[in-house]
Design a protein around this ligand. Structure first.
Ligand code: 3PG
Length: 311
């Protein structure tokens, strides 16, 4: 009987690993497509506050339709759920808009190289704001992360301060988002998919007034006409693709966060950046100097060392 139980357990664990593997592969692939269409749109239509809002609006609409047609179960939520979600939504909104502003100013690869420094922010926030202490190797692993990002930044051919700061702000905001999310998801019965749906809707409500204030309908109308004239009707499909893929990759990432530890999640997220950095350099013919690539490689190696040290 014991052997049967063991075999059953081994099969269960293997199935779980395959499921997480599929989630990770889907998350990375959807993210690559998002990043490419997002940049194509931003190159023709440099209004990141509107494109960020559209991604959230599209995701919210997709989920409302899924709930109305019973493709997905409607989550059972109460006032406490939405109250706990609020700080997560604030952090998600800031992190999302800051990353999009960054990508409107610099190469996708540069934004993601800086974003690979997220574990360093995670350790610093946990240490100085939450009072959590880490073993020495964890702090030591921050040196290559910070050093690699710094080397990549100072050798970047098309450096832009807003682009750099946007990626840094996004890092900080997403550390808070991940800490609050895991806490918020723990005690309730809302699935990862529905949790992200509610998060999108709340972020949309937060972001819309700011997008209107920072950019506004007049700029959007002029920009839209220019982009349509330049690209043709395909431009509308690019906007649709960046919005749909934004929702899908985040939805899948939250479905996996539901099943894995925040540490495994952040490692998966950094490894995802390698595929984004490589594919965007190829697709957009981004000029990269060897010293710049070395900085990125050191930063990513640092993340790997960080994950080993944390384990
Ligand atoms: C965004 O627009 O929210 C960013 O591109 C998100 O970046 P990340 O999910 O890769 O951290």
């Amino acid at each position: 009987l014991n052997i049967e139980v063991l075999e059953e357990q081994t099969r269960f664990e293997a199935a779980h690993k395959i499921k997480i593997g599929i989630y990770f592969a889907a998350w990375w692939a959807l993210n690559v497509v998002f990043n490419i269409y997002n940049k194509k749109v931003l190159n023709a239509f440099p209004y990141p506050w509107l494109t960020s809002t559209l991604s959230l609006a599209c995701g919210s609409l997709m989920m409302l339709i899924s709930w109305a047609t019973r493709i997905a179960d409607v989550p059972k939520t109460d006032l406490d759920f939405w109250k706990t979600l609020f700080p997560v939504a604030v952090a998600h909104t800031i992190g999302h808009v800051a990353a999009t502003v960054s990508m409107s100013k610099v190469a996708v690869s540069f934004t993601h190289i800086i974003k690979s420094g997220e574990p360093a922010f995670s350790v610093l926030v946990s240490r100085f704001l939450l009072g959590e202490a880490f073993p020495l190797p964890v702090y030591a692993s921050l040196l290559p992360i910070i050093g690699g990002c710094a080397l990549a930044a100072v050798t970047e051919l098309n450096f832009n301060l807003t682009g750099f700061m946007g990626a840094m702000i996004s890092n900080l905001a997403f550390v808070f988002r991940n800490i609050f999310s895991k806490k918020g998801m723990k005690g309730n019965s809302v699935s990862g998919m529905n949790y992200y749906a509610c998060l999108s809707m709340m972020s949309l409500l937060i972001l819309t007034p700011f997008a209107l204030a920072v950019e506004g309908p007049h700029m959007w109308a002029v920009g839209w006409q220019t982009a349509l004239a330049q690209i043709g009707p395909n431009f509308v499909w690019w906007v649709a693709a960046q919005s749909i893929f934004y929702h899908l990759y985040n939805q899948v990432s939250y479905m996996s966060l539901d099943q894995i530890s925040p540490l495994t999640f952040s490692i998966g997220n950094t490894m995802k950046r390698i595929s984004v950095i490589v594919s965007s350099i190829i697709i957009f013919h981004t000029p990269v100097r060897p010293i710049n690539a070395l900085g990125a490689a050191i930063a990513i190696l640092g993340t790997f060392l960080y994950s080993q040290a944390k384990m």
